[in-house]
Design a protein. Structure first.
Length: 277
């Protein structure tokens, strides 16, 4: 039988290579769950603020913020829901400044392709200021003229881009031109979206005259949903007059969901809230 003779130098070398394994074996044992130091549970809200603070373009606190959300009984209080369609636009950031100075919340029905083009942080600021985001389709078509599949695609694409940009999943939609029917309602219902219409139309898209827009927007009653468009400069310029006048008359500015104070039924259309008698 052949015998193998291993040089001493090779044995020493092998011992040197094995040294790390020996040291690893002598390390202190990893603490078990029972002996590991306890850690404070992570607060999701605190984590969200920290993450927001490191995001490029996330707005800082350089402007007034509306008051914290509060329970408002709009069945008894003089509430109004100001809504803005078709944005965000070039003047949306200025509108957000105006709303914040007047401690007012609003609801923005966003067009998907406008969301995709927005790069000034307006959407993130809407969320931070407590405004409500709604779905206004991807390209603003008349939904009643589309197939059911096309209606769903218009809404789904916008749902996804809003959620990617803000982390918010919209629960409201507004059909462009207010055009809806049973098929549109059925798609909205399956997608978990209530249909929000209006009872006060400022016609600001047609008559782009600031005093005219302000006069129409203030001709309201408690529970009204007011239709405006933040893509028009004249509408944004009318905002201070609207907010001052309605504040003087004792109105409270709320989002659409706050106006009703309860979850809205998907697929159902809402245009105003009647006050409790």
């Amino acid at each position: 039988m052949r015998r193998w003779i291993v040089p001493v130098a090779l044995l020493l070398s092998a011992g040197a290579c094995a040294a790390p394994v020996h040291r690893a074996q002598t390390r202190e044992p990893v603490p078990t769950p029972s002996t590991a130091p306890s850690r404070r549970p992570v607060d999701p809200a605190e984590l969200a603020l920290k993450l927001a603070g490191i995001q490029p373009g996330w707005p800082r606190r350089g402007y007034p913020l509306p008051p914290p959300r509060q329970k408002i009984d709009c069945g008894k209080a003089k509430c109004v829901a100001l809504t803005y369609d078709d944005g965000p636009g070039h003047d949306t950031a200025r509108l957000l400044d105006i709303l914040a100075r007047h401690h007012a919340r609003a609801t923005f029905f966003l067009v998907g392709r406008m969301v995709l083009a927005n790069a000034d942080g307006a959407l993130r600021r809407m969320v931070r200021d407590g405004h409500e985001l709604g779905n206004h389709t991807w390209s603003h078509p008349q939904l009643t003229a589309l197939s059911e599949r096309a209606v769903r695609a218009e809404l789904a694409r916008t749902q996804n881009v809003i959620e990617r940009r803000t982390g918010v999943r919209a629960t409201l939609m507004r059909p462009p031109y207010g055009a809806t029917d049973g098929r549109v309602a059925a798609v909205a219902r399956r997608m978990g979206l209530a249909q929000i219409l209006w009872n006060v139309d400022t016609l600001d898209w047609r008559d782009r005259v600031t005093p005219v827009v302000a006069r129409r927007a203030t001709a309201i009653k408690p529970g009204s949903i007011v239709l405006m468009h933040d893509i028009h400069r004249t509408t944004v310029e009318a905002a201070p007059r609207i907010l001052k006048e309605l504040t003087r008359r004792g109105f409270v500015f709320v989002t659409v969901s706050e106006l009703y104070g309860r979850p809205l039924r998907p697929g159902v259309g809402y245009s105003e809230r009647e006050r409790d008698r």
